[in-house]
Ligand binder design. Structure first.
Ligand code: ATP
Ligand code: MG
Length: 260
């Protein structure tokens, strides 16, 4: 059994923002690795140890000691960022691996990471082939590039319904909860097919959960905004309108230009 430590004695969390690194679970530096020992004392290492235990602030250390701590966390944050990007690259569909975020996508991703409850979802609309899915994956890349441990999941609406359909041997309710609670949920191609009573209810439950919990998401649809109510039903469309910022993509079907 682990020893119970009273709250007053518990180590205060390290102020990662002061170190200019994103949230994350970092391995702490080993103070004995601090080699600058003025006059041959181990005062520096002792001060780093105190800092790591929350007993002194960054400013109360000598500049070289603060640099040692900063360097450790900067390096660890960069390793975490690379892991997020690698994870993204293993999950992104091959076609969209080259998608790169523009400034707007990057700003949204940074807001989501810093303030998930306060960032409106994205509803990307536009005709077939204008780049909605490409744009959405560029946003997910931007989230990965922040290096923050923000979870994300991506499904086409059709795949989502297939996953959520009750099947013997699968707990579809647990599956629903796991998907509905993802930090950032991307659902591609909403209303691509006419909703049945079942798909409408599944979409409603999902959107309503995200709406109630103020969780950010990315949704795409090639249904023009004015027809979204007809396509998705009043309850879903009304919630999407309130919870989403709209990104409107225009132009021709890019696939025509790409055809050999
Ligand atoms: N900004 C871009 N730069 C380069 N290629 C792009 C860009 N946006 C989209 N494409 C390419 O254009 C093609 C169509 O894009 P995408 O699949 O994102 O369209 P879509 O709007 O999601 O279409 P649909 O409504 O049929 O799902 C893809 O091959 C994609 O890689
Ligand atoms: Mg698409």
């Amino acid at each position: 059994m682990t020893e119970w430590i009273p709250p007053s004695k518990r180590r205060k969390p390290i102020d990662l923002a002061a170190l200019d690194v994103p949230a994350g679970r970092y391995i702490l530096p080993d103070p004995t690795d601090f080699l600058v020992t003025p006059a041959g004392t181990n005062e520096g290492a002792a001060r780093i140890h105190q800092y790591l235990n929350g007993n002194i602030t960054l400013e109360e250390m000598q500049p070289a000691e603060a640099d040692f701590v900063r360097q450790h966390f900067t390096q660890a944050a960069e390793e975490q960022r690379q892991k997020c990007i690698t994870y993204f690259e293993t999950k992104v569909p091959r076609r969209y691996i080259t998608a790169r975020p523009n400034q707007i996508a990057t700003t949204w991703a940074q807001a989501v990471v810093a303030n998930p409850d306060d960032t409106r979802s994205l509803l990307i609309v536009g005709p077939t082939g204008t780049g909605k899915t490409h744009y959405a994956y560029s946003v997910l890349r931007a989230i990965a590039e922040t290096g923050a441990p923000t979870g994300w999941a991506a499904y086409t609406a059709a795949d989502l319904y297939a996953r959520l359909r009750p099947r013997t041997g699968r707990d579809s309710e647990a599956e629903f909860e796991a998907i509905a609670d993802t930090d950032v949920l991307f659902v591609d191609d909403l209303a691509a097919a006419k909703l049945t009573e079942w798909t409408e209810e599944a979409t409603y439950r999902l959107i309503n959960h995200r709406y109630e919990q103020c969780k950010p998401g990315i949704f795409t649809s090639n249904v023009p905004p004015a027809q979204l109510r007809d396509a998705l039903g009043e309850r879903i469309a009304s919630r999407l309108t309130e919870m989403c910022e709209r990104v409107v993509l225009k132009g021709d079907d890019r696939r025509k230009g790409l055809a050999a």
